[in-house]
Design a protein around this ligand. Structure first.
Ligand code: ACM
Ligand code: ZN
Length: 545
């Protein structure tokens, strides 16, 4: 009997020790913190645990934490200002000197206390994100939290995710959910693609037809567009015959921006120009080269019709729009697009050609540069900076512009060498509308490409071609979710998760701490959280060893 108990005890302790070790070595924290040391023991959180607040200004984050406890465990913790003489507590404080920490934090959990040290609200918010990732999901009166010491700070200042709400519209609630996912992984920029050939999605009070006409398309192509031999659209393409279109009111925008701000995420609005502008021209054809008429694009691809760069009224129109957009978004940057502006109309337009002559420009690339620089002056005068896709390099970069490198990394390298700030977002591996599995038959129809999880994880946004000084101009990176073939929010989740988790580690974790195998172990431990949230994440990684 004794012998059996002894064997049982040995078995139990080996088994438990083994379990503990697995858990200890691989807490499900994503992105992996800069420094993490896991020690023995647990902190037992109950409804009697106190929050001791020893610094001012952290109320929004304290409320966030208490709301989390309320939602997940049905209790809120009481808040005190001095250390209790009995019972355990969570302590929130700041360094007693100016540490220059904006996003950094320390989180120390021992058996008696959870100790948050942060200087900025973002730092405390990230510390809380880390804590909630290691909280158990079950509702129990005693919540056991492993003891751990974490010192954390991000690798990059720009950690972005984009969502195209033009090709397909996502509701305010869906956009907020997307922002929740970004916050969970410590992203700090939401790039909101609001405008394209296929739909204008933001209310502009001075030009209501931008949304009543430009916000709608009469139908949508089914599947991929095809082309005749002479380059004209194929007559065999099929359309769904259903009008499509919604938009965000300025009140919606304010609500989303405030929601994102509460999670330390800056919303970057994108107002495309001079190309990708057919929806706007369907409403206001007078700002095109030919005068129209036009219809909001019903198929995927890029329209030949773009804003006329020869008419001063085009600039007044865009400045009016920007004067309504800029106050809605408190961030430093306004994204002005600049990509894939076809030049056929400009070549044939007497006004555009006159502008080229008058301004002594070399060609249509020079005209594009003139266009962007003129808009940049207006944006700068209003206290903001522009950022644009890498085509804005062609014909010369506007003096203060930042650049988003999407056609590979060359644009980013060239801009950084010219001392312009850069966000890297190369199609490979940062386009999350591309396939994530080679087995395309089993995947929802996608635009093409192949960006599996491991390639996202392996990405290094700082190109080797840059010197240390030049590399300082790489602000970070982001992934783009274009939605021509992404028709529902469930599909947005499928395409972006868990690639978003992998990218978060690219942007946050020190490069020498990254390890794909370890990431996969943590991802598997983390997915119950996604299951609980009802996220439709892609599960290819589950078969990885
Ligand atoms: C882009 O994908 N046209 C920026
Ligand atoms: Zn023109």
């Amino acid at each position: 009997m004794k012998k059996i108990s002894l064997i049982f005890l040995v078995f139990v302790s080996v088994f438990c020790f083994g379990q503990e070790n697995v858990v200890k070595k691989n807490l499900p924290i994503i992105p992996l913190p800069k420094e993490i040391k896991i020690s023995d023991g647990v902190f037992v959180l109950t409804s009697q645990t106190k929050i001791v607040v020893m610094a001012d200004g952290f109320q929004p984050e304290i409320d966030y934490l208490n709301k989390y406890f309320k939602t997940n465990y049905d209790f809120e913790l009481s808040i005190v200002k001095i250390l209790p003489t009995d019972g355990n507590y969570i302590i929130i404080t700041r360094p007693d000197f100016e540490a220059g920490w904006k996003e950094n934090y320390d989180l120390t959990i021992n058996e008696n206390q959870i100790y948050f040290l942060a200087e900025g609200n973002a730092g405390l918010f990230y510390a809380i994100q880390t804590l909630v990732q290691i909280l158990p999901l079950e509702k129990t009166p005693e919540i056991k939290i492993p003891c751990v010491q974490i010192k954390d700070s991000p690798r990059y200042q720009w950690r972005g995710m984009h969502l195209d709400c033009s090709r397909h519209f996502f509701t305010k609630e869906e956009v907020k959910k997307y922002i929740d996912y970004l916050a969970m992984y410590k992203f700090n920029v939401f790039h909101w693609h609001l405008v394209d050939d296929q739909g204008w999605r933001i209310e502009i009070k001075k030009y209501p037809m931008l949304t009543t006409i430009g916000g709608k398309r009469k139908e949508t192509i089914i599947g991929k567009p095809t082309w005749e031999k002479d380059g004209t659209p194929s007559k065999n393409d099929k359309y769904d015959g259903k009008e499509y279109g919604e938009f965000y009111t300025q009140e919606d925008v304010k609500e989303i921006v405030a929601y994102a701000e509460s999670k330390h995420i800056t919303v970057l609005p994108e107002i495309e120009m001079p190309g990708h502008s057919l929806a706007a021209l369907a409403a206001y054809p007078e700002f095109s080269c030919t005068g129209g008429p036009f219809e909001t694009y019903t198929k995927w691809g890029v329209s030949d019709d773009v804003y006329c760069a020869g008419k001063d009224e085009t600039f007044s129109f865009l400045e009016d729009i920007l004067s309504e957009v800029m106050p809605l978004f408190p961030g430093k940057y306004i994204h002005i697009g600049g990509d894939e502006c076809l030049k056929e109309r400009w070549k044939a337009c007497p006004k555009c050609q006159k502008r080229i002559t008058d301004e002594k420009l070399k060609n249509e690339e020079g005209l594009q540069s003139y266009f962007i620089t003129r808009i940049e002056k207006y944006v700068n005068k209003n206290g903001k900076q522009i950022i644009g896709w890498d085509e804005i390099l062609e014909g010369g970069l506007a003096p203060n512009a930042a650049l988003m490198s999407w056609r590979g990394i060359k644009g980013g390298i060239d801009a950084a060498k010219q001392k312009h700030y850069v966000v890297m977002s190369p199609g490979k591996p940062c386009y999350f509308d591309h396939y994530q599995s080679k087995d395309k038959a089993k995947e929802p129809l996608a635009i093409g490409g192949f960006n599996p999880l491991d390639s996202v994880y392996a990405y290094n946004p700082t190109p080797k071609a840059l010197t240390e000084e030049e590399a300082k101009f790489i602000m970070g990176a982001q992934a783009n979710v274009w939605t021509e073939y992404i028709t529902s929010f469930k599909q947005v989740e499928y395409m972006s998760m868990p690639r978003m988790a992998a990218l978060s580690e690219v942007l946050w974790t020190p490069i020498d701490k990254k390890n794909y195998k370890d990431f996969i172990i943590r991802l598997k431990l983390h997915t119950p959280v996604l299951d609980k949230m009802g996220v439709n994440y892609a599960k290819h990684f589950k078969s990885l060893k």
